[in-house]
Structure formats: structure tokens, C-alpha cells
Design a binder for this molecule. Structure first.
Ligand code: ZN
Length: 244
């Protein structure tokens, strides 16, 4: 089996300005996720952050990225348009993309889903969240039971302004009564995109074993497959005769 190369991208701003977040994630959100994925042993994991040159997403980095994980919140507007365009193009060519939590407002998510804001309801009161498994045979929920419980989370509620997912794998219920499409799979071009809701920065969500399990499963699901090489444009009459 070939090793999947993963790049965990984080805007890495809350950790530098909010001591509560820094205490939960001393290595940053990207460091916590990357640290877990490294223990899985079968992945080649790197990290990249917004304030690095080219946001850490140079052509060389993207050339060695099979799956990109994206966490952003405060600074979506600081992401360069040309880099968001480049990520979109890479996904269309086959790179996997996992967009986490508030990444629903990111330029990469908007560009790939055709949404303007990924708008939704929210309430930051630390409520219980239960993510129900909808598609129990899907590889992204390998190893889970009926649901995942997260004791304290930010609430996201419908309507969530997204196109209907190709596959809806998880739905969240919150203590306050709202529901939300929390695990959404899309195909765009040759690439796969997974949106996964949990991960508000003031709660230790990326230390939760089942949340990490879903991210790990999603990396394997989103990894590129070779696929076919097709052509586009005018095709001369008779050119398909007698061959393949
Ligand atoms: Zn949040």
C-alpha cells in the first residue's frame, strides 16, 4: 500500500492570541491533528499555516500532498485568492480536501461548492453534541458505533447553506434542539471533499478519539485514485473506429 501524504493546514491565529486555546492546543490545532495522524503510522504528515510564505502551500508542498486538511476561522479574508484558486484546481485534478468546522466560510470551500458564505446558525454556549451515523457502511465511519458524543461544543444549526451532499454520513443533534449536516461528502472533478463539523477552538475536540478516528478515516477515503485520463474538445468524425 502506498503511503498517503497529508498536509494539515491551519490559520493558527486563535492559538497565538487566546490563552485558553493555546492551553488546549500548545502545538496548534494543526499540531494536534498531525500528531494523531502520525501515530496512525501509515501516513506521511506535514503541516502548513497561514502566516508562512504562500500560506505554506507552495507548488512543491502541493505536489507532495494527496490530502489537504483545512481549519480556518478568523482570517478567511487573509487567504490569497490565487492560492485558494490553486487549491481548487488541485482538488479538481484529484487531491483530497477535508474542510473542518468553521472552514465552511473559507475561500476554498466556497470555490468548490459554489456557496457564498456557507451560512448557518450558531451559538457558542458549550452544548452537548451527538453526531449520528447515517451511512453505517461508509468508510468514513469505520470503527464507530451508532453515534459520537461530544460533551461541550459550539452549536451549528440548519439551514446550512450548502448544495445537497453526494453522501451525507453524519447528522448532529444539539442539546438546544437544533440539527446539522455534520459529515458531508462531495466529488468535484477527480477529487473528493469531506466537510466535518466538529472543532470549535475553545473546546478540546481534536483530542476526542472518535473525532480523530473520523478525520483519519476521511484521509483514507479522500486519497486520490489514479482514474482515467480523458480528453476534451472537438473530436474528429470516425476517430473512434476500430480501436480504444
Ligand atoms: Zn467555532
Amino acid at each position: 500500500m502506498t503511503t498517503i501524504k497529508v498536509t494539515v493546514w491551519n490559520e493558527y491565529r486563535h492559538e497565538k492570541t487566546n490563552p485558553q486555546v493555546a492551553e488546549i492546543y500548545p502545538e496548534g490545532i494543526h499540531g494536534a491533528i498531525a500528531g494523531h495522524l502520525r501515530t496512525a503510522g501509515e501516513l506521511d504528515v506535514s503541516t502548513a499555516t497561514l502566516d508562512e510564505p504562500e500560506h505554506g502551500l507552495t507548488d512543491e508542498v502541493l505536489d507532495r500532498t494527496d490530502v489537504l486538511i483545512w481549519w480556518g476561522h478568523l482570517a478567511h479574508g487573509d487567504v490569497r485568492d490565487d492560492i485558494a484558486d490553486k487549491v481548487r484546481e488541485r482538488v479538481l485534478q484529484g487531491m483530497g480536501l477535508i474542510v473542518l468546522h468553521s472552514g465552511h466560510g473559507s475561500k476554498v470551500f466556497e470555490r468548490l461548492l459554489g456557496t457564498r458564505t456557507g451560512a448557518l446558525k450558531w451559538r457558542d454556549d458549550g452544548e452537548r453534541e451527538r453526531l449520528w451515523v447515517i451511512e453505517h457502511g461508509h468508510p468514513i465511519v469505520d470503527g464507530l458505533g451508532d453515534y459520537i458524543d461530544i460533551p461541550k461544543e459550539e452549536m451549528y444549526g440548519e439551514r446550512f447553506e450548502i448544495p445537497a451532499p453526494d453522501e451525507l454520513v453524519l447528522i448532529s443533534w444539539f442539546e438546544g434542539g437544533e440539527v446539522f449536516r455534520s459529515g458531508c461528502c462531495y466529488r468535484r472533478g477527480k477529487g473528493k471533499l469531506f466537510y466535518f463539523r466538529p472543532g470549535h477552538e475553545t473546546f478540546p475536540v481534536y483530542h476526542h478519539p472518535q473525532v480523530l478516528q473520523v478525520i483519519h478515516n476521511a484521509v483514507k477515503w479522500a486519497a486520490p485514485t489514479r482514474g482515467a485520463t480523458v480528453s476534451y474538445g472537438r473530436i474528429a468524425s470516425g476517430s473512434l473506429n476500430g480501436g480504444q
